[in-house]
Write a protein that binds this ligand. Structure first.
Ligand code: SF4
Length: 693
């Protein structure tokens, strides 16, 4: 038992795990956290929390945390601890040397959805202003980039439409490719409360998730084969259109009618019926028809979706198909309805808002727009490059080709998180300067030349933006153990490279963001302190923010129906790889486990397991708890088997929380056609008994 003592003071801040964005009171004794207490006035959580936010902050003090900067000439050399100044000078000399040798576009960087809005903004500013190119991308590339594309095409905004409170007015909850009970637990509790009050539940997921199994809730479960989202959502639309359930009045008033007619003729084709697509999707046509009728006629219908929608070769197409579904039923533009991406990381929404994409400045303005560039150039005092830069996968390809040789990676373990690990290793090995800015020596750091110690959310000021566009304060509760908050590190690195950025506090960075971003003009730390939080757009038209979007009209004007043709992924099963692997999360672990695995608590130590249907297990002589070898065309790994009918025959499922599992060794190179978001959710595999790793 460790005697911690009674708290002396408390500071309200925001959880740094998932996109729910729970507010906490960090109760402090000196520089030590005594406990994290869910904050009752937190608008996203109302005094609730999950096990991760409440108990998994101990990684801040973990013995493996790196507190001093380190450099090395070659990745074969041992690390050498140096002063911050020497690290910045080394990094800047290398990066400038690469530009002198290979050209201005040979370097770039990656922002983090774990860091604050202000930190993300600074990294993209450093790259655009200091590096002189637009080679900036975000780790959101590998999760919700299709959300940005799909929702901006159809509605005009790259964000979810509702606040969480909206669920209290919902009559039909549709969950597609998400398991909020494990990944967004506090919001899942609100969903379950509404379901207990009588709202209907429809779950589209290859696996019978905890939401389907919720007690007292009778869910309509559509257990589709991985990779067939577009076919299923189009079949739902087919039923709505052909059975006369479309909300014509809404469509005539709010959407482009001729585009609707073209789309309606498309979905009405007999080949899109539930019966015609049943063999492909594996979904019982009767259940699908029942689900379509319930969503279209059951009152307020709200769709919540996750990475099971986006991480596909047709991720953007599915987001568009979901938006079509909301428009055809009129389920948009009021409380209780809408299209709501559940963001995995705490600041996915914010990192996208802050200009982390190679083609967009903060506020989703295209870099080619002269008037927009003029604004930034005037305030930043630089000339901006109008050409979009490289996305993360393009950076890797260019590194292997020898044209992209230096990268600054803030708060992201790209080696563990990105698909096709062999390809990432080849790319990182080819680079002449890899700068990792993180809390721990992660897997990417094995290929780094510079390690800049990062700061945890407890050690800095800033803001996060959650899945409902809610901007909330992150408040410093202790002095950074590494000596510098992440925003200060980026400023110092920029200065070493000859690009001055002058801020004495993150509030000044937010003031600059507000001055340059039309959806943020009303945002300031003073307002956040006064109101607790605000949801963007927050500007002259909406000084207290916007909980529900697209009321009375879409941001883009008329809602746009877009035809969504199903195209099968190139990842195919066959005699060698007859099963389809899909992935997900468990409640107690977070992503690759960098934080949760480094917080002492017995519940953290669950291992990744491979769920196999009894029929598939018996065919291969695999029993519950056996080790199995999991092979794909890309690679192989070893896990323990869990025999369960939560998955259908032909489908296997695992989580990806432990580095030993190396789930991404077996994932493919396929990605979303519009955004390059990797297709993590569909991999053809074979399993066979194994003696263990
Ligand atoms: Fe943190 Fe998400 Fe859990 Fe809330 S639900 S405590 S934001 S991990």
């Amino acid at each position: 038992v460790i005697e911690i003592g009674q708290p002396e003071h408390s500071v309200v801040t925001t959880c740094a795990y998932c996109g729910v964005g729970c507010a906490f009171k960090a109760e402090m004794r000196g520089e030590e956290v005594v406990r994290m207490v869910p904050y009752k006035d937190g608008k996203a959580n109302r005094g609730h929390s999950c096990v991760k936010g409440r108990f998994a902050w101990g990684y801040t003090n973990h013995k493996e945390r790196i507190l001093n900067p380190m450099i090395r000439e070659r990745i074969e050399d041992p690390w050498r601890e140096v002063s911050w100044d020497e690290a910045f000078s080394f990094a800047a000399t290398r990066m400038r040397g690469i530009q002198a040798k290979y050209g201005r576009d040979a370097i770039g960087g990656i922002t983090s959805s774990r860091c604050t809005n202000e930190e993300t903004y600074l990294v993209q500013k450093l790259i655009r202003g200091g590096f002189g190119n637009n080679n900036v991308d975000t780790c959101a590339r590998v999760c919700h980039s299709p959300t940005g594309y799909g929702l901006s095409q159809t509605f005009g905004t790259s964000a979810g439409t509702q606040d969480f409170d909206s669920v209290e007015d919902t009559d039909v909850v549709v969950i597609i490719g998400a398991n909020p009970a494990a990944a967004h637990p506090v919001f899942a509790s609100r969903l379950k409360k509404r379901l207990r009050q009588g709202a209907k539940l429809i779950v589209v997921d290859p696996r019978r998730t905890e939401m389907v199994e919720s007690p007292h809730v009778k869910a309509l479960h559509l257990p589709l084969m991985p990779g067939t989202n577009v076919a299923v959502v189009t079949a739902l639309a087919h039923v709505i259109v052909t059975e006369g359930l479309a909300n014509e009045a809404f469509i005539r008033e709010r959407c482009d009618w001729s585009e609707f007619e073209e789309w309606a003729a498309f979905v009405a084709q007999p080949k899109h019926s539930p019966e015609a697509t049943a063999i492909l999707t594996g979904v019982d046509p009767k259940v699908l028809r029942e689900a379509a009728r319930a969503y279209a006629t059951g009152g307020n219908g709200a769709i919540y979706y996750g990475l099971g929608v986006t991480e596909h070769s047709q991720g953007s197409t599915t987001v568009i198909a979901i938006a079509n579904l909301a428009m055809v039923t009129g389920n948009i533009g009021r409380s209780g309805v809408g299209v709501n991406p559940l963001r995995g990381q705490n600041n996915v929404q914010g990192s996208c808002d802050m200009g982390s994409f190679p083609h967009e400045l903060p506020g989703y303005r295209h870099i080619s727009g002269e008037a927009v560039r003029d604004q930034f150039e005037a305030l930043w005092n630089v000339k901006l490059n109008p050409e979009p830069g490289l996305r993360i996968p393009n950076m890797f390809d260019a590194a292997i080709e020898g044209t992209f040789m230096g990268i600054y990676v803030q708060g992201e373990d790209i080696l563990q998180s990105d698909p096709n690990t062999k390809h990432v290793v080849a790319a990182l090995s080819a680079m002449e300067c890899v700068i990792v800015h993180d809390l721990f020596l992660n897997e990417t750091a094995n290929y780094a030349h510079v390690f800049l110690p990062g700061s945890s959310f407890l050690e800095k000021d800033g803001t996060f933006t959650n899945a409902e566009r809610r901007i909330q304060r992150v408040r410093k509760v202790m002095t950074p153990k590494n000596g510098m908050a992440d925003w200060e590190v980026t400023i110092a690195l920029a200065k070493a490279m000859g690009f001055e950025m002058d801020y004495s506090h993150p509030s000044e960075i937010m003031d600059e963001i507000a001055a340059l971003t039309p959806t943020f003009t009303g945002v300031s730390y003073a307002k956040l302190d006064e109101l607790g939080s605000v949801q963007w757009p927050c500007n002259e038209k909406a000084p207290e923010g916007t909980p529900v979007m697209h009321i009375g009209g879409f941001v883009r004007g008329k809602g746009k129906f877009i035809v969504t043709e199903y195209v099968a992924t190139d990842e195919r099963t066959g005699p060698r790889f007859p099963l389809l692997l899909t992935t997900g999360r468990i409640l107690s672990q977070y992503n690759v486990g960098a934080q949760t695995r480094r917080t002492e608590n017995v519940v953290w130590h669950a291992e990744d397991r491979l769920e196999i249907h009894p029929h598939d297990a018996e065919l291969r002589g695999v029993r519950d708890g056996d080790w199995v070898r999991l092979q794909s065309r890309a690679g192989e790994t070893t896990l323990r088997a869990e025999i369960t009918d939560r998955v259908s025959p032909g489908v296997v499922y695992t989580t990806f929380h432990h580095p030993d599992t190396q789930a991404n060794v077996i994932t493919t190179d396929y990605s979303d056609w519009a955004t390059n978001c990797p297709e993590y959710k569909v991999t053809a595999v074979q399993i066979s008994p194994s003696n263990g790793p």
